[in-house]
Design a protein around this ligand. Structure first.
Ligand SMILES: Cc1cc2nc3c(=O)[nH]c(=O)nc-3n(C[C@H](O)[C@H](O)[C@H](O)COP(=O)(O)O)c2cc1C
Length: 162
C-alpha cells in the first residue's frame, strides 16, 4: 500500500509531526510532499501575506509538481498548521491539485492553543473535493510539537490498515 503525506510548514513543527506519523507507517510505502517556507521570520510572514492576497508564485513550482506526480496512493495524509485560527491560504491551492475523489484522506493540524477551526475547514474542503476523511488529529503543543502523540497516531493508522 502507498501513502502520500503532504504538509505545509513555516516553523518546522508540522514537518516534524508529519515525519513522526510517517515513521510508523510500516505497512505503507510513504511518499512525502512538503511545502516548506524558508528564510527569515519576516520573509515567511511576507510570503504568507502574498498567499493571503491570492499570489502563490512563491510556491508555484511545488503546486505544479504536485499536480504532476503520480497520485495513485491508497491513503492521503494532509497536515497543516494554524495561523491566526485558520490553515495557511496555500491549503486550498494544495487541495485543488489533489486527486482525492473517493479516496481515504487523513487530516492533521498543529497549533499552540486553538486549531479547531482549522480542522473544521480542512474537513469541509477535503470533503467538497470528494475525499473521504477516515481519521483526523489535532496536535496542540505550545512549546514543542507533540511528536510522541503523532507517532501514536501513526501507529494507529498503520494498525488499522491490516
Ligand atoms: C503567525 C502565527 C500565527 C499563529 N496563530 C495561531 C493560532 O491562531 N492558534 C494556535 O493555536 N496557534 C497559532 N500559532 C502557532 C502554530 O499553529 C504552531 O506553532 C504550529 O505548529 C506551527 O506550525 P509550523 O511550525 O509547521 O509552521 C501561530 C503561529 C504563528 C507563527
Amino acid at each position: 500500500m502507498k501513502a502520500l503525506i503532504i504538509y505545509f510548514t513555516s516553523l518546522g513543527r508540522t514537518k516534524k509531526t508529519a515525519e513522526a506519523i510517517g515513521s510508523q507507517l510500516s505497512n505503507y510505502e510513504v511518499d512525502y510532499f512538503p511545502f516548506i517556507l524558508t528564510g527569515t521570520f519576516g520573509m515567511k510572514v511576507s510570503i504568507q501575506t502574498q498567499h493571503n492576497k491570492g499570489d502563490f508564485s512563491t510556491i508555484a513550482k511545488e503546486l505544479s509538481d504536485l499536480e504532476k506526480i503520480d497520485q495513485n496512493h491508497d491513503l492521503v495524509i494532509l497536515g497543516m498548521p494554524t495561523y491566526g485560527d485558520y490553515p495557511p491560504s496555500a491549503f486550498y491551492e494544495i487541495v485543488k491539485r489533489l486527486d482525492i475523489k473517493g479516496k481515504n484522506v487523513i487530516i492533521f493540524g498543529t497549533c499552540s492553543i486553538t486549531g479547531t477551526k482549522t480542522m473544521e475547514i480542512m474537513k469541509k474542503t477535503v470533503e467538497e473535493a470528494g475525499g473521504i476523511i477516515v481519521e483526523q488529529a489535532r496536535f496542540k503543543g505550545f512549546f514543542k510539537p507533540k511528536l510522541k502523540k503523532a507517532a501514536q497516531f501513526g501507529r494507529m493508522i498503520n494498525d488499522s490498515s491490516r
